[in-house]
Design a protein around this ligand. Structure first.
Ligand code: NDP
Length: 465
């Protein structure tokens, strides 16, 4: 059971709430683990937004979205029957006071709001007396640069202690990302070779077929670098690169990921170097088709300001300057409107230093490939003896791992409702992520790196392969 009595969602009519947050709660209710499920089954959901909405309409939304996440009809209806909606402006102190006045037990205040509004809402909250134990859940992107992230941290720290602040990055709840821990630390096969002596390169790629999906207002001011790389993929990198934590508790795990993040710098130190030797590349899609769906040029999508030169595909190369990883490029990439999208973490090995004379054939790189959606584990290795006795060939072992029904949002919500911040991002990490990408952002905004083009439905610019 949790002390949390009320989940207050500011921005209840938004995309995040309906598409990810409430379905995530539904998946938590449906969890096989009774302890996890109990965190969600008794919570009172207060939705709030500036738009007018009746309790009845909100309850219908709650019921359908919880069910979409896997909750049974009866469990969803039970939760919805206690839910209510309050029309209010989250940036107005009196309105926030009114919402909190309706809360029962310890409240979680979930800021499902556009990033600029989050900052205003937190400023307005300074004048409200928060009930003891109040938990604040803040979405990414956390601020818009190092300075604003630091300012947001200072404001949040004045409201509640750090362990009651959950900076949400749901990629930390992805089974593939959590699965790195067991793979690395519980297998003698992998742990001794997880370092620069054996690994040549690490690629973390999250491409998607989706385009803007009506979110131009936010996306066109963010772009792929801020939307995906400086937040989600940086967290994935921290789990791949971290030193073994002493334990999986909130302090030790987060100290280990935070140490990895602090050690990151741009690969060449210079975002402006061209091509694959450089630290960054950017591109945006032109008109194309994916599975019969037509995409216009990004620049002519509704709500896009073409003069902004927002990228829809970003790639950066980083180095983790630790004894374990110095000299290994970590390449993060994410793009929209990509045909046949890859979503994976790939570790490519250095060739073995010695090969007996007479054992010959193509040296296909050994690789560990961790697939995200679906969760897969593949090993690419060299074998011989299948065609000719001493001829090398490539062989792949590929398994699809059974996924939990709990979604990544369900996983992070379990932490929020259970007052366990292990999977939430520390304040200094949120600031460090901006430090890492700042030189790239500056160079891109000054147009010092070309904005390449790729056809929607392709795998990216033809010059990038
Ligand atoms: P939306 O653009 O859908 O906005 C959410 C809600 O915020 C709106 O429905 C609106 O409700 C309210 N809002 C908008 N503008 C204002 C304003 N000026 N003043 C007060 N309230 C306002 O955002 P999302 O739901 O997409 O995202 C919310 C947060 O979640 C963002 O930080 C985003 O980065 C993050 N996120 C989103 C994901 C997604 O896929 N959507 C994925 C991961 C993170 P109303 O008009 O009723 O007040």
């Amino acid at each position: 059971m949790s002390d949390v009595g009320t989940l207050i969602i500011l921005g209840a009519s938004g995309d995040l709430t309906e598409r990810l947050l409430l379905p995530g709660l539904g998946s938590l209710i449906a969890s096989d683990d009774p302890k996890s499920s109990a965190l969600a089954t008794d919570v009172r959901i207060i939705g709030s937004g500036r738009s007018a909405k009746t309790d009845e309409v909100w309850r219908q939304t709650v019921t359908s979205t919880l069910q979409a996440g896997g909750a049974s009809g009866s469990a969803a209806k039970a939760l919805a029957s206690k839910a209510s909606y309050i029309q209010a402006d989250p940036t107005v102190t009196e309105d926030l006071g009114r919402i909190l006045g309706e809360a029962e037990g310890v409240p979680v205040i979930y800021f499902a709001l556009p990033p600029a509004i989050v900052s205003e809402a937190i400023t307005a909250m300074a004048e409200v007396e928060l009930p003891k134990g109040t938990i604040l859940a803040v979405e990414k992107p956390f601020g818009s640069d190092s300075r604003s992230a630091a300012a947001l941290n200072r404001k949040l720290e004045k409201l509640v202690p750090e362990r009651q602040i959950h900076r949400i990055d749901h990629f930390l709840g992805l089974p593939t990302v959590l699965g790195i821990l067991g793979l690395r630390f519980a297998n003698r096969l992998f742990e001794p070779i997880w370092n620069a002596q054996n690994i040549e390169r690490v690629e973390i790629t999250y491409d998607e077929q989706l385009g803007l999906e009506g979110r131009a207002g936010y996306y066109d001011t963010a772009g792929a670098l801020i939307d995906m790389l400086q937040s989600h993929l940086m967290q994935v990198l921290s789990v791949v690169a971290m030193e073994p934590p002493i334990s999986m508790d909130e302090t030790e795990f987060r100290a280990a990921t935070s140490q990895a993040i602090r050690a990151i710098s741009l690969w060449s130190g210079d975002p402006v170097l061209p091509g694959t030797d450089g630290s960054s590349r950017r591109a945006r899609y032109t008109a194309g088709t994916i599975e019969g769906r037509k995409f216009p040029d990004y620049a002519s999508e509704e709500g896009v300001d073409p003069t902004r030169k927002t990228e829809t595909l970003a790639e950066i190369a980083l180095e983790v300057r630790t004894a374990r990883w110095a000299g290994v490029p970590f390449i993060l990439r994410s793009g929209k409107a990509i045909g046949d999208p890859r979503r994976e973490i790939v570790l490519t090995f250095r060739p073995t230093p010695f090969l007996p004379t007479g054992l010959s054939g193509p040296r296909v790189p050994e690789r560990i490939v961790l697939g995200i959606h679906p969760q897969t584990l593949a090993l690419d290795v060299a074998v011989n003896g299948r065609s000719e006795p001493f001829h090398l060939e490539h062989a792949a072992f590929d398994v699809e791992l059974a996924e939990r029904d709990l979604t990544a949002y369900g996983e992070v919500l379990a932490g929020v409702l259970g007052s366990d911040p292990t999977l939430s991002v520390l304040g200094d990490v949120a600031e460090q992520c901006w430090r890492i990408v700042s030189p790239v952002l500056k160079a891109w905004r000054a147009d010092e790196i070309p904005l390449d083009e790729y056809r929607a439905g392709s795998r990216g610019p033809s010059t990038w392969s």
